[in-house]
Design a protein around this ligand. Structure first.
Ligand SMILES: [Fe+2]
Ligand SMILES: [Fe+2]
Length: 175
């Protein structure tokens, strides 16, 4: 059975590669939208993913880990591919896909924070929960975009995350 420390490193390696894919995808996504406000917002979100990736890389080094070369390559290809797809799939699909992925990213950092806490790194746990909150903000932005489009009646919107202030809270017994 792996320790909390090992589980934390495993999740941070996944997050490090995932942030690269996200940052690359948002470059194409930002270029594909016509609305300047949307373009600016997606560019800002992409910059926040780059900052996350840098910090996650520092955490990995501090914990004695390192990014996975294979995973980094795979997610780089995924990011480039999504970046190109944004120009051909229209407005809705990239907004929906981004929101769905952001929802997963929230949980990834919440889980990483829990492992950091279990590993005795409450300092990293607090930072990782802040990162989860930033992902929550991203998810809300894309959710609002999707909810404002008629296609949401065709494709149900992904499950909502917990309230921002409750991220990382331990559920009460029996829930
Ligand atoms: Fe991120
Ligand atoms: Fe994000």
């Amino acid at each position: 059975m792996s320790s909390a420390h090992d589980s934390l490193i495993r999740l941070l390696r996944a997050a490090h590669a995932g942030e690269r894919a996200a940052a690359l995808a948002y470059v194409g996504h930002a270029r594909s939208v016509r609305d300047p406000a949307e373009r600016e917002a997606i560019g800002r979100i992409g910059a926040e993913e780059i900052a996350h990736r840098a910090r996650v890389g520092e955490m990995l080094a501090e914990l004695g880990g390192a990014p996975s070369a294979v995973r980094e390559r795979i997610f780089s290809v995924i990011g480039h591919t999504l970046s190109c797809f944004c120009h051909v799939t229209g407005w809705y699909c990239p907004m929906y896909g981004a929101g769905w992925i952001e929802r997963r990213n929230i949980q990834e950092y919440v889980d990483a924070a829990a492992f950091a806490g279990q590993a005795g790194r409450t300092d990293l746990a607090a930072e990782l929960l802040t990162m989860a909150q930033v992902e929550w903000d991203h998810e809300q932005w894309f959710r609002a975009k999707v909810l404002g489009h008629w296609l949401r009646r065709v494709l149900p919107v992904w499950g909502a995350p917990p309230p921002r202030a409750h991220l990382g809270a331990v559920p009460a017994a029996g829930r």
